[in-house]
Structure formats: structure tokens, C-alpha cells
Design a protein around this ligand. Sequence first.
Ligand code: CMX
Length: 463
Amino acid sequence: MFFFLRTKKIICSKTRSFQYVIRCFADHTTDLKAKVAAKIPVEQGRIKDFRKQHGNSKVCDVTVDMMYGGMRGIQGLVCETSLLDADEGIRFRGYTIPDCQKLLPRAPCGQEPLPEGLFWLLMTGEIPTKDQVNEVSLQWASRSALPSHVVNLLNNLPTNVHPMSQLAAAANCLSSESKFAKAYTSGVHKSKYWEYVYEDSMDLIGKLPVIAAMIYKNCFKGGAKLGIVDTKKDWSFNFTHLLGFDSPDFTELMRLYLTIHSDHEGGNVSAHTVHLVGSALSDPYISFAAGMNGLAGPLHGLANQEVLVWLEKIKSEVGKDPTEEQLTSFIQKTLKSGQVIPGYGHAVLRKTDPRYTCQKEFAEKHLPKDPLYQLVAKIYKVVPPILKETGKVKNPWPNVDAHSGVLLQYYGMKEMNYYTVLFGVSRALGVLASLIWARALGLPIERPKSVSTDILIQELKAK
Ligand code: CMX
């Protein structure tokens, strides 16, 4: 007995000191995977204890309206990477967008955060050092090569296939490279799933700028050749360089853009789709592709394209510098024709989206006199009262999509049906960080219960 206790004590202290060594190593490491590996058992334990104590506790009631109303307000998902407050907007692991602008490492001479730092934050909950961010840049750049069949696929798609469909097609076909799918087939233990999902996710994020740039060049620049990915440069620099935009200000815009579009908690269409499809243990490539098909909807990510189409309509039908009265009647005409005002409204937010605000600040700094920016600023004054007046729109304020296209137009990226691809490249950071954690925490296949209207009526009558 004494021997048993002693042995157990030695093992425990050895395990503890081993964990301590991992933790100390992980605190300073630039190896993101090692950092996450050290956090996983801690997080697994915390959730296990919490569920043991509160597994049967009730968190919310579900009403009939919620069931027919797109599940608004049902707390039915867990998302660790970000949280959306109705009034304050998004927080990434507790940090607001201004916090991230202040705290996350920047490129040399840059003002905006590097998306690599945001990814580190989403994955670990910690603000990374410059060295840690540089290592992520290096990892992504060195994983950027595409297999030939994906290059051939993209080069053979007709240019009238929407850029978002091309993005989803390329991501689907990258599934051939999935380390997770291969490991699953060869019978790897489920405790190791996350490691392969991590590798696939890092590979996919590394390849996305090349895929997105190929789509851009094939659709709009006659298939012009791409530049080369420089392993000494950051993800956004390489992306804008591949796209053929060498203005340092555009690269700065892209660093901001790719940071703020990354994550918006777990229930939005793209994030939820990736989570749902991934829960069936579909590999990260096809899970991401599924999410991109959701992002391509006009009520979600495609709204940034729709905003520009709508602004162009205003310019052609009313003029480049419309009065507030002219705008009011145009907006009312849009509503009367049964269409939504793109870039306005939100399922959760109830104030101006801080992602709109920080893009507005960027515009104020870099393009204050731009006529399209001024039109967007004027629309901001006119739309909210009109939407409020309808009495049904819950959030009359602008969302992220109301502003992004204007900035892209200013820097010469005029092709509006490409804009959602940029959103998709950014969204990869959030949805893949969540996917890695979902497998690390062993979350099961998602399968909520549904019932027919007849059953619902019967159940409520019986009550
Ligand atoms: N213009 C006109 N009507 C709007 C509106 C808008 N911008 N926003 C909401 N409404 C309408 C809805 O269509 C709905 O009308 P019905 O009852 O006749 O169907 C009513 O107001 C209530 O809707 P809600 O509860 O306020 O909004 P939802 O949660 O149902 O929808 C959203 C949210 C974003 C789809 C909606 O506001 C919208 O369609 N906005 C325009 C498209 C857009 O900008 N989407 C991007 C969102 C951000 C993103 O995901 O990227």
C-alpha cells in the first residue's frame, strides 16, 4: 500500500513537473502547435469539471417563435474564439477591435494589426510576441504551394463561374491533400484528431492567398501570372503582392480587413456551417468549402458585393452627389420593391458595427475626400431613420459590409463580385481556429432535434 501511494505520488509529481516543463516551454515558444498542445488538457479538464457540476443546468428557454425565426436568441452553441455583444460588437478572446489594433504586432512601419497575430490570439487566448507572429507568417508562406490539379482546376474554370464558387471548388479539391482524412482512414486515435486538423488548417490558410489571387487574375486580369510568395514577408503582404497590388497602404488595409472579418462568434452562417460539417469529421478543406457556400449568400458575406452594386445604382439613377432628399426617396424605392438595404441590419448587433467604424476611421485617415466614401457617409445619416420607421427592422445600423467595398474601390480593386473572396480568406482564420478546438475538445457530431408543425401544435395543446 505504502509502495503504491509512493509510486502514485512520484508519478503525479513527475506528471506535474512534465506539464510544468511543457507549460514553461510553451510560454516562450514560437511554435503555435506546441502552445495549443499545452493548453488542450487544461481546457479539457476545465470543461469536464464544469459539465460534471452543471451538465443538467438550464441556460435558456426555446419558444415557438425562436424555432420558426431562424433560432435567434437560442444559446445552443459554444464558441471559444469570439463573442458578439449586441451593443458593443465583436470581442476576439475578450479583446475589442481597438484593443487588437493597439496590442497585436504590426508589420515594420505598419499601423494595422497582422492577421497572424489575431490567429494566434484566437487559438491561444494570448496576445503574441513579434517572434511568434513572424513564425506564423513563415509557416503560412512555406505551406502556400498548390497541387497541380487545383491549379488546373482554377485555370480551366470559365470566368463566368462566380469567384466564391471558384473558391469553394478549389477548397473542396484540396481535400485530396488532407492529412486528417488520411490519418482517419488509417485509424488514428481520436485524441490525435486535432493535430491533423491543425496541420490541414495551417496548410489551407497558407494556400488561400494563392487560390484567391489565381481566381482574381483568371477572372479579371486575363490569367496574368502570379508573383512569388516570399517566406520573409507577412501573409497580407504576400496576398496583395500576388493580387498585383503593390501599394503599401492597400497592404495595410488588407491587414486590417483580414483581421476584422475573421470571426463573429459561432452562430453566423459561415462559422456554424464549418462547425456543423466538421462535426461529421469531414476534413477541414471540405468543411471550409461548405462554409464558403454560406458566406456567398447575399444576406451574409455577399452583402459587400451587393452594397457596391447598390451604390452604383444610386450613382447612375440619382447622381454622384445626391441630396439627402434624393437618397431618401431612392432608399424608400428600394424598400418598396421588396429588397433589403445591403450593408444595414444584423441578426445580433443592435448598434453600428465596430468593424464598420474602424473601416470608416481608416477612410478618414487615408481617403477623406473620396466621393464614394462621402456618399457612404451620407447614406449613414439617411438610412437608419428610414429603417427605424418601418417598425420591423431590429437593427437599423450599418454592418461590416456597408464600408469594405468603398475602400477596395479607392485602391483600384474595382471588381465587386470578387469582394466576398477576401471576406472568405479572412473568415478562414476564425472558423478553422474553432474547428481545431472542436476536435481538441472532442465535440460530437451536431444533431439538434426537429419536429413538424403538427407535432408542435399537438405538444403545445397537450400542455
Ligand atoms: N433592409 C430592409 N429590410 C431589412 C433590413 C435591411 N437592411 N434588415 C432587416 N430587414 C427586415 C427583414 O428582411 C425582416 O423583414 P420581414 O419580416 O418582412 O421578413 C425584418 O426587417 C426583421 O428582420 P431583423 O430581425 O431585423 O433581421 P434578421 O435577423 O432577420 O436579418 C440580416 C439580419 C443581416 C439578414 C438583415 O438585416 C439583412 O437582410 N440586411 C441586409 C443584408 C446584409 O447587409 N447582410 C450582411 C450582414 C452581415 C454579414 O453577415 O456579413
